[in-house]
Ligand binder design. Structure first.
Ligand code: PLP
Ligand code: ZN
Length: 384
């Protein structure tokens, strides 16, 4: 039974006892990273780092999570910074959520829990449903009543139980954690954070013995950012890195509570009234790991920036047209934010910066204007 600990007040509990601390903050799973080394790696994908995880490597789809490439993309360099992309779109359901879902579902399967659940209307719902399908355990997905049909279709392919929630969706995150019988693996819960931290372990192993100067990512609940921070702390404790890369959170200006909290210099993120954004996967107006995200930014010397809808579209296009990477809008927010960060001098020329492409764009069916030309076969020689 794993122990969970609070980053804020250091209290510890048994995992089965609580998922959030008495002080209100989220908990993460305690590990003993001191003996971890790159050489202890053995299993596929993220399970190379099983020594840092609360469950043994699973078989099936869960074993396919992680192990994504870190690629140097000189054509996408910005402001003289050397850009590397971590392509999380290559996970089984096209986003980094598979890392956390793989751990959540493997844990449930190993502990005789017959049903997992999640509160999500996007990538996390798909990811949980897929991982549960591959383990033969039940999955309940709670979606907002007004979820667009197109998104529902992607989730339904894996045949989870889909429950539409009428009315206020926001409080459901907390209420679901109190349910017994179903292991809810929500956006920043301990098992999810444990799995999702492996992205940073992979990044650090790929560039070891150096470490990147900065890591830029789009942030919603703050779960992913917290996980990356946790990984860096563990790697430092293991003696595998000596300096933490600066972490940068990026958000859409339409819904940017973490950026506001950072700019105000507070320790507590306040809920905002979120507006519409094409980056719907990261539009969390009241992030459950918002305060922990701020702590991660402060501890690593990073920052938070928001970007406009036009900047998000431009970044999404540039990633495809000059990089060949088709990402969803939420994922493009990080690359848009990188532009802002170099302009502001947060990231300098010559620095090595990893931008995490959190989700594939192949699931999006937004209609772009397409330019074509039509010719007859005998005019083929006229193409240049
Ligand atoms: C979930 C998600 C995020 C945000 O992650 P959090 O852990 O909620 O901060 C970013 N990008 C994509 C594509 C996502 O699906
Ligand atoms: Zn606490």
């Amino acid at each position: 039974m794993p122990t969970v600990r609070c980053y804020a007040c250091n209290s510890a509990f048994a995992f089965s006892e609580r998922k959030r601390c008495e002080c209100g903050e989220p908990l993460w799973i305690e590990t003993a990273p001191e003996d971890f080394s790159w050489r202890s790696a053995r299993d596929p994908g993220m399970w190379r780092y099983a020594d840092l995880l609360p469950v043994e490597p699973p078989t099936g789809i869960g074993a396919a999570a992680g192990g994504t490439p870190l690629v140097r993309t000189p054509r996408l360099d910005v402001g003289g910074a050397r850009v590397f992309l971590k392509d999380e779109g290559q996970n089984p359901t096209g986003s980094f959520k598979d890392r956390g879902s793989a751990v959540g579902v493997a844990y449930a399967a190993a502990n005789g829990i017959e049903r997992v659940g999640t509160v999500s209307h996007g990538n996390m719902a798909m990811s949980m449903a897929a991982n549960a399908a591959g383990s033969g355990i039940g999955c309940t997905v709670c979606v907002p009543g007004d979820i667009p049909e197109e998104r529902l279709t992607h989730i339904a392919r894996y045949d989870p139980e889909i429950v539409r929630i009428e009315g206020e969706y926001g409080g459901l995150y907390y209420d679901s954690l109190e349910l017994s019988g179903i292991e809810f693996v929500n956006s920043d819960t301990p098992l999810r954070v444990a799995g999702q931290k492996t992205v940073a372990v992979e990044i650090c192993e790929a560039v070891s013995p150096e470490s990147p100067d900065a890591i830029v990512l789009p942030v919603s609940s703050g779960g992913h950012l917290s996980a990356i921070w946790k990984a860096l702390l563990e790697l430092r404790a293991a003696g595998l890195i000596d300096r933490l890369p600066r972490l940068y959170a990026t958000q859409a200006a339409a819904c940017d509570p973490i950026v506001r909290g950072f700019e105000e210099g507070t320790r507590e993120v306040s809920a905002v009234k979120g507006g519409e954004t094409i980056a719907y996967s990261i539009a969390n107006a009241d992030p459950p790991s918002g305060n922990r995200a701020l702590a991660a930014l402060r501890d690593t010397g990073g920052a938070a920036v928001s970007v406009s809808e036009a900047e998000i579209r431009a970044a999404q296009q540039r990633l495809a047209r000059e990089g060949g990477f088709r990402v969803e809008a939420s994922s493009a927010v990080a690359y848009a934010g990188l532009g802002r960060l170099t302009e502001r001098g947060e990231i300098d020329a010559g620095e090595e910066v990893v931008t995490i492409l959190t989700g594939s764009g192949f699931k999006e069916s937004r209609e772009d204007e397409v330019e074509t030309k039509t010719i007859a076969l005998d005019e083929l020689a006229t193409i240049e």
